[in-house]
Design a protein. Sequence first.
Length: 843
Amino acid sequence: MVFQIYDGNNSQKRKNAAVMKDGSSSVFQIRLWAVFLFTALLGSVSILLTLSSAFTNQINFCSESARQYEPGPVSWRQSAMAFQAVKAHQKFTEKSIQREMPVTLAQAHPTSSMILIRALGNALPPRHSTQQTLENLDFILAHEESFPNTTRHWFVNRFVDPEVERLVLDRLQKANESYTVIPFDLQVYDKIEYAYDRIPKDQIHLPPETIEGEGLTEKEILLAEEQIQHDKILYVININGVRNAMLDYGRKHSSAEYILPWDGNCFMTRKAWSSIQSSLAENPLARYFTTPMDRLQEPNEALLSDMYVPNAVEEPQIIFHRSARSEFNEKLRYGRRNKVELLLRLGVSGPWDKWPWLDSEKAILDPAHASDAVGDVPVAGWITRLYSGTKAAEVSGTIRFRGILRSHAVTSLLERLDLRAAQDIHGLTSSTLLFFNEKQLMGERNLWKAGEQKEVFRELVQLADQALLFGPWSVMDKQPYGCGVSGNCHEYFHPSPYRWPQRNESGHIDWSKPFERHDGMRAPGTSLFSAGSEQYDRSGLAAMKYNTTLLALAYSLTENKAYADKAASNLRHWFLNNATRMKPHINYAQVNWRAHGKAKGASAGLIEMKDVYFFLDAVKIVEKSQALSASEQSLLRKWFADYLKWVLSSWQGQREYANDNNHGLYYDVQVAPLALYAGNMSLALSRMHRSVSRLLAHVDTTTGALPHELIRPTCEHYQAFTLQGWATMARMSEKIGLDYWSRFRDEATNESILCRAMRYANPYLRKRETCPGNSQSEDMRRWWPLLVDSSHYCPDLVNDGLFNVSDWIPSELVNPSLDRYSMPPMYDYGDGIAPFWNAGYHS
């Protein structure tokens, strides 16, 4: 790491700093300062002139490029006056401040040289006020004295807001303070993954009753979140990284005997400084000292009163002799005993002696006692922690409350950074196609126009031409057959497929009798486009989504506006026109009717809207064609925002969210694109980041089996259907730089859990028998799209197109080409494969 050292009094000298040929730079400058020592021996004052050198070298502060600023000498009075205008209260003007009188040290003890280094970091509301960092820095620069034989330096530690960092540096430069900047790099942050494997089980996707207190406590839930965020917190907050960097700076850039690598909100009074000096003098052999902290519970100006009495009972800061060898453990994150671990190694007793450690933390603790901490570590004075701006968090006895606020604050910060990375690095907007790749679609359009018209795209145009002749569709189409259990035809209705309605003597459904269960047998009309399906809405919804998607993709390929116009007509009819629109919920999907009361749909019914992942891409293509007016686009987005609100708040949605089989996965497949289209980008990102954690509960990490799907009577279908859902979720999440295919690798084989699941289930990748109890034959070609994915992301499974094919696969289907364009573009609706999945495929 290269430092740039600046002398505030000699800009020309700064410009002439030598640059070594090997890339490192070295600047030698000499500062002269006077340290006044009060003595009672003769009543006279002696002046000791000391020389200190500042130099630079390549130093690694957390593998980041850091920059350093060294000003010229300036009087304390000049420094304070530069900040007179920013004091918080007019009553504490320069003239009215009663400063503490110097406290004379014991006559036999000269002062020890110290360097006080403080780390300035991001304010974390609601734990802190948004202005905490700037306000407390202003207060220190205006009111903290310049002490004999004591220098100070600042570390500007990974500010995520460039404007706040600029304001901090501006203040430090005006006050002629020296500082070092450890920069925040959004690109580095974006590559850090959430550590879902640090928690023993899925503590994210919890059912409502668990969240309400019947399972995990709030403390346990927040701790699980912090565990998941561990690696991101290590980078962004960098709590022990910057502490060790401050220690390193003190040893290499200072001749001070004692180094104080303290938090940025620490304020030292004259009395506190004198007390520290006395302890240093009384314990010349000690390598470490603890300095208890006084937590200010009111605005900072209280410190300026002669009536203020510190109450130094909080977790102490640590003073290091420059020869001390211990450092802070950089594997411990902010908010999780990052300083306590060193206190324990130093043998400093406190309430932390009884605090338990998590299993994941025990593996990174250093159990050895600090060898150079001999005997009891002395206490040296005290330090005051300036006001956080959050009164309720500073009152004595609110450690737990501070922890809750801190956890929420860190989560909020990381969510903002995830959003910033998605937008600034990956270009994500609410109009981004999430399943199809827009650049790939454009390339396919260019080839089409150039005359290279692949068979698969000729088929797309033929199907789109047919789609011009069909529809539009509406939930009102069922009106001749009745309006379902709600009596309102605008409400989507479809019965549970294995629940059969009883009929009266005339052959119509008798709503006075409950449905009867016939396991494994679909009720009449519940299969798509079968006889009787016109009584319900599932077939109409599927027809509308598929045909509209075909039209949109054909428009993208050919730019024939007729396709976009017809697709827009379909959208108006189903979602916008008052006479034909569907209400934005599916309360009555997969209804199990009970005679006593109007039963609502099952939570499993939510899966009937799973196809929004490709359908909303089609909607965005239509919007970009301008076939929908701006007002229509706004109304359409509002419809989906209202539907999303229902998904999130309904008991059906909450149950699906907590489901640990394919239904939980397809909840994410639905919610991520819904949230993006509705403008709730944070929710969309959260689902894409968090969905991958379901793999740990969904897949047997040892074998790759899908135990929840293998118990189903149609287990062959559900294995393929579930893995297709994972491939879909992975494909969408690539848009923000996530790689599901590489997560949770086996240490011995380096095989990821998703690749292992593909190998276990796909009969083209492992010679196996059909799953026990399977009652339904499958079209083996439905595994082909997953072969394409496996060839890209699990290359060890597919070697030069040679497969380990199961014996029961028909001979004519044994050796498919991995050219995706040669594969079928359309599959059965229930297979979970998007129409023309092989178009806009980014590889």
